[in-house]
Design a protein around this ligand. Structure first.
Ligand code: PBG
Length: 327
């Protein structure tokens, strides 16, 4: 059947009918809001490349997290910035570490809020790489136990879920075993399964003070042109015990999100990363695009591609807009 019997515009004439046939709808429950945590009190240092995002001390984090939960966003993901760094990222797994303290406080003050932590060495190492350096290279197997220690210390502090982002081979299995052997069989793992070596992480490295001091991350993060490899990475992580798999970045990898969604039956998360956020903010500031509309379109596209969970710096702005639409 074709024109004039069929007229696509009939179902686009008014907002009411558009709403009735809408296929994808965002909800604040889809979002996870990232936070950067630093030592100290009353610290609220704006990240210049990511307007509206801050390095927060724990007292300030508690306020932001409460507001996040009030907006209907169920979860936060935390990144820690230690006061001391060393070659193996020891500050990442000590009991008094920044994230360990943040987890304890959050779970005490806001028990309903779901707390996820990023597990990685790059914020804690003086060289900024995501693993231990042996003979000038990131050594895979020597890194695994350090990651297990870090994940375990988060679990001991009461974290709800851990999210390893280092891209070492075998880390999901190692962390699963480490958690299980220590009585944390109930703590799920969200693995950064298909994580690409991306230019879109630029602003994050200012926020987390984690830029590599030499070289780049291409020997462990994935090569952007590859999608079959992403399927292998995801399959392996699921085999090793990942409960949720993540594709990162999101916007330039919507095809990967879609493929993962269609090929696997575990929940899929997508990380709408710092560069994707900052581009919108910068263009908005220049008056080149409508920021809020662009934000909603991007987030909707990520959900339409198949993401069940969207980790995004837009979480609170988007949740506010969604609330306004409802009233
Ligand atoms: C650390 C980590 C990174 C991001 C999340 N965890 C940076 C990196 O791999 O260089 C990027 C997040 C973002 O850009 O928003 N391993």
């Amino acid at each position: 059947m074709s024109f004039p019997v069929h007229r696509g515009r009939r179902l686009r004439r008014t907002e009411a009918v558009r709403a009735m046939v809408r296929e994808t709808e965002l909800n604040p429950r889809d979002f996870v809001s990232p936070f950067f945590v630093v030592h100290g009190r009353k610290v609220r240092r704006e990240i210049s490349l990511m307007p509206g995002n801050y390095q927060l001390s724990i007292d300030e984090l508690l306020k932001e997290a409460a507001e996040t939960y009030r907006l209907g966003i169920p979860a936060v993901i935390l990144f820690g910035i230690p006061d001391k760094k060393d070659s193996v990222g020891s500050a990442g797994h000590i009991e008094k570490g920044i994230l360990q303290q943040a987890i304890r406080q959050l779970k005490k003050q806001l028990p309903e809020l779901y707390v996820i932590t990023d597990v990685c060495l790059c914020e804690y190492t003086d060289h900024g790489h995501c693993g231990k350096i042996v003979d000038g290279e990131v050594d895979n197997d020597a890194t695994l136990q350090l990651l297990v220690k870090q994940a375990l210390s988060h679990a001991q502090a009461g974290v709800d879920m851990v999210a390893p982002s280092d891209m070492m081979d075998g880390r999901v299995g190692a962390i699963r075993t480490g958690l299980d052997e220590n009585g944390f069989g109930q703590v799920p793992i969200m693995s950064y399964a298909a994580k690409y070596a991306s230019a879109f992480y630029g602003p994050f490295r200012e926020a987390a003070e984690s830029a590599p001091a030499f070289g780049d991350r291409k020997s462990y993060q994935m090569d952007p042109p590859n999608i079959r490899e992403a399927m292998r990475e995801v399959a392996l992580d699921i085999e090793e015990g990942a409960d949720i798999v993540m594709v990162k970045p999101a916007l330039a990898y919507l095809d990967v999100i879609r493929s993962v969604r269609e090929s696997f039956d575990v929940p899929v998360a997508a990380y709408n990363v710092s560069g994707e956020f900052s581009m919108v903010k910068a263009a908005e500031k220049l008056g080149w695009i409508d920021g809020p509309r662009t934000m909603m379109e991007i987030l909707t596209s990520i959900k339409r591609a198949g993401a069940d969970i969207i980790i995004t710096y837009f979480a609170r702005d988007a949740a506010r807009l969604l609330k306004e639409e409802w009233v």
